[in-house]
Design a protein around this ligand. Structure first.
Ligand SMILES: Nc1ncnc2c1ncn2[C@@H]1O[C@H](COP(=O)(O)OP(=O)(O)OP(=O)(O)O)[C@@H](O)[C@H]1O
Ligand SMILES: [Zn+2]
Length: 500
């Protein structure tokens, strides 16, 4: 026996040596052994339009997995609405996030809609009850509220008292016969530490004694979040749960449920919440700007995605990246722990890059229909160049189109004052110079300087103000080139006495 073991051990050692040599061989680049694939999910409740916070959680989940799953947590029958599922699917597609598993329509389906999975959950409730790890609770909301208040006034954190934890079979039958519908509570094990390594927040430890027996099925038979969320993660083979840190305190409860049912536990990564200007987390309930609204304002999905990916996660490149490139540079361990503040100027920075990079066709269809209607075909390409360097949103492009190609022009009082400051002679000179050189801006400018003696800002600012109603914007040469000459003359003539 001893003899036969020796060569085997030697054999194993040389196998290890050969493997190591293969990894460290100077002729071969070092490669880590392949990692098992990671499966992540986004599991929203369709109770409203998704906002930037939800979208960041969805994006990071998509970036942080090899397979990405979408699951609809629609167990709250009162707040969940089908049109929010439609909108959610449209929003995720618009952002460029594709899921390999999950619904493609709002049609409720037992694979991905929790409202349709009641029979699956039933088996797991039964398993817990049979093990004595769940029990019916007949306490009324009023009783629970009184108990909560008593504990709080005694300076203790409120926790379920355990009143129904040891009802006899007869007592349970009697209460059911009286027509009372119980909730089902999970029996939290005593005196245990629940530990896990959070991929963002590091080691976590909770004492089970701090957690009261909690509800896993409501009195109306619907599953509670803690329960169906954990069960579905296990059944769907999710290996990394990436979600907002609002769920951190739920995790020990979910780990206890998984352990009680011998179901596999995923890794958890609790990411910081996005907070608004008021410091409060964005939420569907506090009217935070939705993805839908951003889309309607004309934000490009690339801008939204780049802003979100970089909020609390560094990237080496400062250029606009596609989802595949963001994924290549993503590392869950590089996610910051502090709250991520939403700053609209960051979003607008990426929007500027997206507008500048957009192809002509994309930019043309991005414009409002009423804008497209006023831009002459012959000036389309030049106008799009103006849009690229001057606009972040279609409404700004619309304003420039109106200035350049329609007679609509309202001058604010301060702008009119700048225009007037040049005096009548300046505008008479400008009209003559424009008549002399209608197609050559440099010659027009030289003619205007010669005739009026004006130069520098005393020349450019009044001209800009009179022609565009603004003190900044596209190059004057472009404006001169694109503006119909009779219109240009009319605008200049506005500041001559004759027109008054
Ligand atoms: N402000 C936020 N920042 C980052 N992630 C968030 C934010 N708010 C919610 N999430 C995450 O979005 C995911 C989906 O959550 P859910 O559908 O419950 O949305 P919610 O905005 O929290 O809804 P409600 O306003 O109804 O509480 C969860 O992982 C949650 O942690
Ligand atoms: Zn009870």
């Amino acid at each position: 026996m001893a003899n036969s073991r020796k060569p085997r051990a030697g054999c194993r050692r040389s196998l290890v040596a050969v493997t190591l040599l293969r990894y460290f061989s100077p002729t071969r680049p070092f490669r880590y052994p392949p990692m098992p694939p990671i499966k992540t999910r986004f599991a929203p409740s369709p109770t409203g339009l998704i906002h930037l916070g939800n979208a960041r959680t969805a994006l990071l989940s998509a970036l942080g997995g090899d397979t990405f799953v979408l699951r609809i947590e629609d167990t709250d029958g009162e707040r969940c609405r089908r049109e929010f599922v439609d909108e959610l699917i449209a929003d995720l597609h618009w952002l460029g996030l594709e899921w390999q598993e999950g619904p493609q329509s709002a049609e409720p389906d037992p694979h991905w809609f929790q409202s349709q999975r009641g029979s699956i959950y039933k088996d797991y409730y039964r398993a817990l009850e049979e093990k004595g790890l769940a029990y019916p609770c007949f306490c009324t909301p009023v009783e629970l509220e009184v108990s909560r208040k008593v504990q709080l006034s005694a300076g203790r954190p409120p926790r379920y008292s355990g009143k129904c934890a040891h009802l006899s079979v007869d007592e349970i039958r009697r209460k059911r016969d009286q027509g009372l519908s119980p909730t089902l509570r999970f029996r939290v094990p005593k005196n245990q530490a629940v530990e896990f390594e959070d991929e963002v927040r590091g080691p976590q430890r909770f004492a089970s004694d701090d957690i009261g027996d909690f509800i896993i099925r409501r009195a109306d038979g619907t599953p509670a979040f803690f329960f169906c969320n954990a069960i579905d993660d296990a059944l769907m083979g999710i290996t990394r749960v990436l979600r907002g840190e609002d769920h951190l305190a739920n995790t020990p409860r979910q780990l206890m449920i998984l352990a009680a049912l011998d179901l596999p536990r995923p890794r958890y990564a609790h990411i910081s919440l996005i907070v608004g200007d008021d410091g409060a987390p964005l939420s569907k309930r506090n009217g935070s700007r939705s993805i839908n609204q951003l889309r309607e304002e004309g934000y490009f999905p690339e801008a939204v995605v780049n802003m979100l990916a970089r909020l609390g996660h560094p990237y080496d490149s400062e250029s606009l990246l596609g989802v595949a490139e963001l994924r290549a540079g993503f590392d869950v361990n590089r996610l910051g722990r502090s709250p991520a503040r939403f700053d609209v100027s960051h979003l607008d920075h990426w929007q500027g890059l997206a507008v500048r990079r957009a192809a002509d066709d994309t930019l043309w269809t991005w414009l409002h229909a009423e804008t497209r209607a006023v831009v002459p075909e012959a000036h389309r390409a030049d106008f799009l160049d103006i849009v690229r360097s001057n606009c972040l949103f279609p409404r700004q492009a619309d304003a420039w189109a109106k200035v350049l190609f329609t007679d609509e022009l309202e001058l604010e009082a301060d702008i009119a004052a700048v225009a007037q400051s040049a005096g009548e002679a300046f505008y008479l000179a400008a009209i003559d110079a424009a008549t002399e050189s209608p197609d050559d801006f440099a010659a027009f400018l030289a003619g205007l300087k010669r005739r009026s003696g004006a130069k520098g800002k005393h020349l450019f600012l009044p001209l800009r103000a009179a022609l565009t109603g603004s003190l900044d914007g596209p190059e004057l040469a472009k404006i001169y080139q694109l503006m119909d000459k009779p219109r240009l003359h009319r605008r200049l003539a506005e500041f001559t006495y004759e027109s008054e």
